[in-house]
Each structure stands twice: as C-alpha cells, then as structure tokens.
Design a protein around this ligand. Structure first.
Ligand code: ING
Length: 313
C-alpha cells in the first residue's frame, strides 16, 4: 500500500525589516489554509521565515541583532501557526533564527528548522551546518552575507525523523548545494527532505547570470533527490527584500529528480503535490542500492580532509 502524503511548499514573498512577526505569521496561516484546502497535510515554509534575511546587513548593535532571533518556540507570536496546524491536522517545517543561553550562560545562535507533526508537536530540529558567506563586515560588498558571524555551525548533524507516515529529513539553504547533506540523510533511508532558502538572484561578489543561479538552485536539489531516491521540497523567501532581489523557484521534486511542482511568482505562493513516499524505493533498490554498490573503502578522503589538495606538478 503506497504511503501517500500531499505536501505544499509555502513560498514567502519579501519580509521587510519593519514587518512584525504577527503580520508574517498571518501570511503563513493564510497559506496553510490554502494548502489544506488543496489537500496538503504537510507544509514547508522557508528558511528564516519569521523575519527578513538580516545577514545581508552588518548589525553592530547586539540588542538589534538579538531582535531577529526566537528565544522560544512556539512563542505568543508564533502560537497561531501551531494552533491552526492542530485545528487542520497539518504538519509543517519552519525555518527561523534560534537563540538561547546554554548551561554555562553562553549565548548560542543557530539558523534552525523544526518539523512539527499534525498534532502540532515539535518532532524534529535541525541546525544549519553549511553557513555560507563571511564572519566579519566586508564593506566592499554590495550587500553582506554574514551568516558565519551571526550563527554557529549546526551541532545536530543531519538527523531524520520517522513521523507522519514516513522518514523525514531537513536542511537549510546552502546545505542543499553539498552532496554530503543529502547522502547522510540517504544513509538513513530518508523519504522526503525539506528545506527553505534565502538566495539572492545576483551574486554580490562575482558575475553570475540569474538563469545560472536558478539552474544551480534546482540542479542541487534534483541531484540530491535522485541520488538518494528521496522527495525534496525547496521553499524560497523571494522577491525584492531589503533592497536585494531574492530568487523564487520554490519546487517539489520527485525521487526521480523531476520537478513536479514549481512556483511561478516571487510572492506568497502555495504549490502542492501528492507525494508517494514509496516512489523512490525502486531507485534505492536498484541504481542507488547503497548496500550493493557503494565502495566506502574508496571514499576516505571525503571525511579525512576538508580542503581539496592538488597533486604535485
Ligand atoms: N543563501 C545562499 C545559498 O546557498 C549562496 C548563499 C548563494 C551561496 C549562491 C552560494 C551561491 O543559496 C543561503 N542563505 O545559504
């Protein structure tokens, strides 16, 4: 019997610096209702879905920087999303900036995503591992990309969670570009990988055409899906946000690597697809049957070494 679940990507248009969380949550609950009305029982929101993508700015004032993080989840401002999820019986992926003080009193900051089931219980958490950009202010850039300065490297690895009838995994934005992200979850027999992204249309430091940037966005997720026989859902925060054009292109990708649903705007937009979580089984049993075909004795360099080293001249 097929394990079917109808999934939605709830793409967000721009969130400006001054837009409050209550307003954003209102947009998200509207989209959750739309998704539910179209049969979806799992909704994937973007990375950093509650605020503007603030790493585009150098923010010196610590209190201002802190204002972009969530210190509790759910909070009074995000509770309506959980309440609606429970009312409708819809699970969701939510990306947000997480801040807390650890047992030593140290302030911790992570770029985080949670997985919430159809009873509105948080059943999974992921913290972004691949932080792109730079750690300190680089004034020569047209805009900053200070994720390395505003977040710690994720400390939870790439876990998967058996919930809502399948094995579900998460990652965040730049993670999708790294095959290791997908393979670690593939090694755990993942059925669907959910991710949100905030990706500028233009590269702030190198000439790269918008069509090439979108090509890289999709090929990263299509390859990850196919090479691990998993569904993938990539949800953008899109449009001109904080003066920077952020790419759209939210999509739902089958384990075959085919895009089965694609956003056509750079605004709040819901796309939906019925996902047969067994669709990837033939791929995992044949071409990517890891037990039969992987040769781990040859892969040592992948985890023994961080940087690439050229052979001697
Ligand atoms: N954003 C971008 C991403 O990986 C980026 C950063 C864009 C890196 C293009 C390399 C090329 O989609 C985030 N938030 O990771």
């Amino acid at each position: 019997m097929s394990r079917l679940i109808t999934v939605a990507a709830a793409q967000l248009g721009p969130i400006e610096r001054e837009e409050g969380r209550a307003s954003v949550v209102g947009r998200m609950t509207d989209m959750m209702r739309q998704a539910h009305a179209r049969g979806a029982r799992l909704v994937v929101f973007p990375e950093m879905a509650l605020t503007t993508f603030f790493p585009r700015w150098y923010i010196e004032d610590e209190a201002e920087l802190d204002s972009f993080y969530e210190t509790e989840m759910p909070s009074a401002q995000t509770q309506p999303l959980f309440d609606l999820a429970k009312e409708l019986g819809v699970g969701f992926y939510l990306g947000y900036s997480e801040m807390f003080f650890d047992e030593t009193g140290k302030k911790r900051r992570f770029n985080t995503a949670i997985l919430v089931n159809q009873q509105a219980e948080i059943v999974g958490k992921y913290r972004k591992v691949h932080l792109p950009g730079h750690a300190t202010h680089e004034p020569e850039r047209e805009w900053q990309h200070l994720e390395k300065g505003y977040f710690e490297v994720g400390d939870l690895g790439f876990p998967v969670f058996r919930t809502m009838g399948g094995v579900m995994g998460m990652c965040l934005c730049n993670d999708r570009r790294w095959p290791e992200t997908w393979r670690v979850m593939g090694m755990q027999d993942v059925d669907i990988v959910m991710l949100g992204y905030n990706t500028p249309v233009y590269n702030s430091i190198a000439a790269e055409s918008p069509h090439l940037r979108m090509f890289h966005n999709h090929i990263s997720m299509q390859a990850g899906a196919y090479q691990n026989g998993t569904w993938a859902v990539g949800t953008a925060k899109a449009g001109i946000e904080g003066g920077v054009d952020m790419m759209a292109g939210s999509c739902i990708i089958a384990p075959t690597g085919e895009i089965v649903a694609l956003a056509t705007t750079a605004e709040d937009e819901v796309i939906v697809a019925e996902c047969d979580l067994d669709r990837g089984r033939y791929i995992r049993d044949t071409v990517f049957n890891f037990a039969q075909h992987r040769r781990i004795e040859t892969y040592g360099l992948i985890t023994e070494r961080t940087e690439a080293i050229s052979p001697p001249e």
